[in-house]
Design a protein around this ligand. Structure first.
Ligand SMILES: [Zn+2]
Length: 282
């Protein structure tokens, strides 16, 4: 449910984004009759039995796959460990480059693939490992085998790891409305404006695109922040990539909070999103 609603909190497609995404659907003959342009961000959720070519693109005449159909939108992979490990590994390059290149003997074709990857997985094969109300029936080797289907390098490329506990009945039945998509989108738009102002004259638009040099300039930490960062790297074994991700994410959390500085609260929240790096599965 949460994943499906992500496009509703994102800014609407710009005309340029709309044209890019439309071109992909048009090339695939997937535009609905009478639909000149894609108006909404795409949300793609392929089944875990999908082939490598279906996911990233391929074929003797290269055809865009799901990651290109999710361009400027969301690619949702439910039951992540059920996907073929090799199929998941091919996501690494497009996640870095935001395009996918399909090489053939005589030529190579590049398709746009700037998507937000959202994935869900159970804490163990039976699904009850973290649920206080049910008994988990999995053995440690079963859990290990299940988790090991997702490689460290792929996890490393995911910014936020969040545990979602099972909802209790009183929450499901509650009549108190949650935060609306519209109000979250306003917050997102303000954070985007802060980023646009920060990167004026630079060739980037978002915090996620900051280079290491830009991180040093725009994500300065105070002494307390530097100590927390040092402890996180040493104790959680964060990789260099994860370290940079934590800085970028903390900058975004500060932007959402309308704060010019990254304070300790922002940084600790960002560190908390690296849950899976802590090898909590063992
Ligand atoms: Zn279990």
């Amino acid at each position: 449910m949460l994943s499906k609603r992500i496009p509703t909190v994102l800014p609407t497609l710009t005309p340029a984004e709309s044209i890019e995404t439309t071109r992909i659907y048009s090339a695939l003959g997937r535009l609905k009759p009478g639909q000149p342009l894609m108006a909404k961000r795409p949300f793609r959720s392929p089944h875990h039995t999908i082939s490598e070519a279906g996911l990233v693109g391929g074929g003797s005449t290269p055809t865009p796959g799901e990651i290109s159909m999710a361009h400027n939108g969301v690619l949702f992979l439910d039951e992540l460990p059920e996907f073929n490990r090799r199929t998941l590994e091919v996501l690494r390059q497009p996640l870095e480059d935001r395009v996918v290149t399909i090489s053939r003997a005589l030529n190579s074709t590049t398709f746009p693939a700037n998507f937000m990857l959202v994935a869900a997985l159970n804490p163990c094969p039976c699904g009850y490992r973290t649920d206080p109300r049910r008994e988990c029936s999995c053995t440690p080797p079963q859990i290990e085998r299940y988790m090991s289907k997702i490689s460290g390098p792929l996890l490393d490329r995911i910014d936020l790891h969040v545990e979602v506990p099972a909802a209790e009945y009183k929450e499901l039945a509650s009549s108190i409305p949650g935060t609306s998509s519209a109000s979250i989108r306003d917050q997102v738009l303000r954070a985007r404006e802060r980023q646009a102002a920060r990167f004026v004259g630079l060739r980037i638009l978002y915090n996620s695109q900051m280079s290491s040099k830009q991180l040093r300039e725009f994500c300065k930490l105070d002494d307390a922040g530097m100590n927390l960062m040092k402890a996180s790297v040493n104790e959680m074994g964060l990789s260099a990539r994860a370290h940079d991700k934590v800085l970028r994410v903390s900058r975004t959390i500060a932007d959402l909070d309308d704060s010019a500085e990254i304070n300790l609260e922002h940084l600790s929240e960002a560190v908390n999103y690296r849950q899976l790096d802590r090898q909590i599965w063992q």
